[in-house]
Design a protein around this ligand. Structure first.
Ligand code: V47
Length: 380
């Protein structure tokens, strides 16, 4: 396409964004063309980011818990999983799990992000018991747990419906669901990455059911492996369509592929420019999702900070005990202090706001950092 045509086509898209008109599949694919200046895509995404979230840069104080890495599936992008008899395989005891809750409480965490493998030998009751135990022992901590892939496995284990499993988990103390397991929905790609696990229809149905019973959930996309721009935009549109029906997604997190120690280690990890373009295009396509998260663990601190000007309004949390990305070669620190994360957001020119998992403002007691209450949603 000649340069003048690019400029005209971009103007068309800019007009749409300015008048809050929805972008199409073709618009999204066009924005991925490297001939469209990243800076301009970023500026457009920033317009939407500021319209929706003002100058706020959200973070939370959280920890991760991966109760087991043993998994019946062998997703080609995963460096975390283990076979049942592999010496690397583990399953945590109740004591270890309670100890993690204690550590989280001492560090002022408002959230535990709990996901793991689908262990060949552990029954549904083990997974449910983790939620019940933590909720009974530390009721103030919000349990954001189990991807749709795990919920699908629980359906298989219990022979009960999605709705039954989700309600039963909620009765045990489940607060919301993270967005993992989405990968890339298009079967041309999904079948190459993880042909056996919950398919696209199942993933979307589980999130829809969660929304219908009043659970909020997150959504993700794993990019930078074997997919093309078309597959990414198709993925975003499928999420947007579900969100039109339910409104239950609170945040979208684009996840950059880390190839180390995976079956796809011949692939180079996406560049920072690709990360920023994907962040911006996600913000532009997902006009009905309130928040876009730049997960610093995966992007690296500098790119996550920059992403706050490319559509993102959240950089996730202080994080502790993250394994999925660190097993796949992430070189980011294990954990950031609260002052550090606030400083990073401020350095990017945004106002740091501590949120809870469902985006209410967190108020801490001035003389006891571990005591906190959730207020109203932040108004912008
Ligand atoms: O589903 C696994 C991805 C996801 C690799 O909801 C990998 O707030 C890159 O979903 N390289 C799990 N990605 C993590 C996740 C998440 C993270 C942060 C916040 C939230 C949230 C959710 O990580 C998996 C998969 O898509 N993943 N292995 C890898 N080697």
């Amino acid at each position: 396409m000649p340069a003048t045509d690019y400029a005209a086509r971009f103007r068309e898209i800019r007009d749409k964004v300015e008048s809050e008109e929805r972008l199409s599949l073709d618009d999204g694919i066009f924005l991925y063309d490297p001939a469209v200046p990243l800076q301009e895509v970023g500026q457009l995404a920033n317009l939407v980011r500021e319209r929706k979230n003002g100058n706020v840069g959200y973070f939370n104080i959280n920890t991760h818990l991966n109760p087991t890495n043993v998994c019946v599936y062998r997703c080609r992008f995963c460096a975390f999983r283990s076979d049942l008899r592999d010496p690397k395989g583990y399953a945590m005891s109740d004591e270890q799990i309670v100890e993690r809750g204690r550590e989280a409480t001492e560090n002022g965490c408002t959230e535990m992000h709990i996901v793991g493998g689908l262990h060949h030998k552990m029954p549904y009751e083990w997974y449910r018991g983790i939620i019940e135990l933590l909720n009974k022992t530390y009721p103030q901590i919000h349990l954001k747990a189990w991807t749709a892939v795990e919920i699908n496995w629980f359906e298989f284990q219990t022979k009960k419906s999605k709705q039954w499993v989700l309600q039963d988990m909620r009765d045990a103390g489940l607060g919301s669901m993270p967005g993992g397991g989405a990968e890339i929905f298009h079967p041309e790609v999904r079948d190459q990455l993880c042909e056996h696990k919950a398919n696209t229809h199942e993933w979307l149905q589980i999130h829809q059911t969660a929304h219908e019973i009043g659970l909020r959930t997150n959504c993700t996309m794993l990019y930078g492996h074997v997919e093309q721009a078309y597959h990414r935009i198709d993925h975003l549109i499928r999420l947007r369509e579900l969100q039109d029906r339910t409104g239950g997604f609170q945040v979208f997190i684009p996840l950059a592929f880390h190839p180390e120690n995976t079956k796809l280690d011949n692939i180079k990890k996406p560049s920072a420019l690709m990360d920023l373009r994907t962040m911006a295009i996600s913000r532009l396509m997902l006009d009905n999702v309130q928040h876009i998260k730049a997960y610093w663990i995966m992007l690296g601190i500098e790119t996550a900070q920059t992403a706050l000007a490319y559509g993102a309004d959240d950089i996730d949390g202080t994080v502790r005990h993250e394994l999925i990305y660190h097993d796949a070669g992430a070189t980011t620190p294990e954990c950031l202090s609260v002052d550090h994360i606030k400083g990073l957001i401020a350095e990017a020119g945004r106002d740091p706001v501590e949120r809870d998992t469902v985006y209410n403002h967190v108020h801490r007691e001035p003389h006891d950092f571990t005591k906190w209450t959730s207020g109203a949603p932040v108004s912008v």
